[in-house]
Design a protein around this ligand. Structure first.
Ligand code: NCD
Length: 362
């Protein structure tokens, strides 16, 4: 089947070549050095922000980015006050808003939902987080922070700590860092919260080495970057399951004393208890600065996507199957049942085009 295209959408950073991402980081660097020069770059343009799930940084940094580029914003951050509360499906809501706006940013609690929206949207769509799946614009934020603060994206030893199973920022950043030379990955989690199989498969296929460990104490000394994450309470199947994992990793000054002087600490935020407040005063704590980098890289992204709106990136590369269903119960195809079931792959193993989980052919 031929590839399916719609507008230029950002669903997964790995759909784009690495030089496209680094071009965005260059543009963000230019914007940071002279923001006034860009203050009218998106004059007359409208961005729609559809946040079906809570957000502080992502939503506000996108909105501020558009306002700082001279554009305007529409949208909702509480689906209960929109027609979603009346039972409207994703297709209808996003179809309508994409007819009002020039570019749309969407966050949703279900994996694959933003790709589902992009299939029928009339303007470019940016994934601001789809369930426990991906979060490409947080990754752009993380990459900009790494490049500005470490001076390079190569040969870094990066430790990911916390909820590697449900943390979409972790999945996106691992996929991105596996495209850079010499990255070594240390995956620090409990067995219950380890990385999903599809991300491990991606990592192995990239040829990079990775270690899975359970002790932050033992790992911290070898790292150039420590990426802390919160345990994602809202993605657990029951409160009891969350209680078992809660508080399993806490970074404090005692652990920081074992780290290299040059190590930096990143966190997509919000923090719950996984970084003690005392660490905030350590010059290696980079998470607040990281959130500010997020605004600049989103300015670069909005500008680039509006300028390059004729660039073609396929949305679907596999084909539709009539009877095959995705093995992931948290995939959007189980919630919005009108969606065509698209899969990539061969005759035995298929990968869902929405959530990337692997399914055996029925
Ligand atoms: C993250 C998210 O929403 O995935 N936050 C963010 O966008 N900065 C991380 C989280 O919620 O833990």
């Amino acid at each position: 089947m031929a590839n399916i295209y719609n507008n230029l959408n950002l669903i997964d950073l790995n759909d784009f070549p690495v030089n496209w991402w680094t071009g965005l980081l260059d543009k963000a660097h230019d914007i940071m050095s002279d923001p006034a020069a860009y203050s009218e770059s998106c004059k007359g343009k409208i961005m729609g922000t559809l946040f079906y799930e809570p957000s502080t940084r992502t939503q506000m940094s996108f909105q501020t980015a558009m306002l700082r580029l001279g554009g305007t914003i529409i949208g909702f951050d509480n689906p209960a006050t929109s027609s979603v509360a009346k039972g409207e499906n994703i297709k209808d809501t996003t179809k309508i808003v994409s007819g009002y706006a020039d570019i749309m940013v969407m966050r949703h609690p279900v994996a694959g939902s933003v790709k589902a929206a992009a299939l029928t949207a009339d303007c470019p769509v940016i994934n601001a987080g789809d369930g426990g799946h991906l979060h490409p614009t947080q990754t752009l934020t993380d990459l900009l922070t790494l490049r500005e603060e470490k001076g390079t994206l190569e040969n870094l030893c990066i430790g990911f700590c916390g909820d590697l199973k449900n943390g979409r920022t972790v999945h996106s950043l691992i996929k991105a860092m596996s495209c850079f030379k010499g990255t070594s990955f240390v995956l620090i989690s409990t067995p219950e919260l380890s990385l999903p199989a599809y991300v491990k498969t991606f990592l192995s296929a990239s040829g990079h080495s990775y270690k899975e460990v359970s002790s932050l104490d033992d790992a911290v000394g070898m790292l150039d970057v420590l990426y802390m994450t919160r345990i994602q309470r809202e993605r657990f199947s029951s409160p009891e399951e969350y209680e078992k994992q809660k508080g399993c990793y806490i970074l404090d000054n005692k652990k920081m004393a074992k780290a290299k002087d040059s190590m930096i600490v990143l966190h997509p935020l919000p923090r719950v208890d996984e970084i003690a407040i005392e660490v905030d005063d350590d010059p290696r704590a980079m998470y607040f600065k990281q959130a500010k980098y997020g605004m600049y890289v989103r300015m670069a992204l909005i500008l680039t996507m509006l300028e390059e709106s004729t660039m073609k990136v396929p949305l679907i590369t596999g084909r539709a199957y009539k009877h095959q269903i995705c093995s992931n119960p948290l995939c959007i195809t189980h919630k919005e049942t009108y969606l065509p079931h698209y899969f990539r792959g061969d005759s035995t193993m298929l990968e869902c085009e929405y959530c990337d989980e692997r399914t055996l052919v029925e």
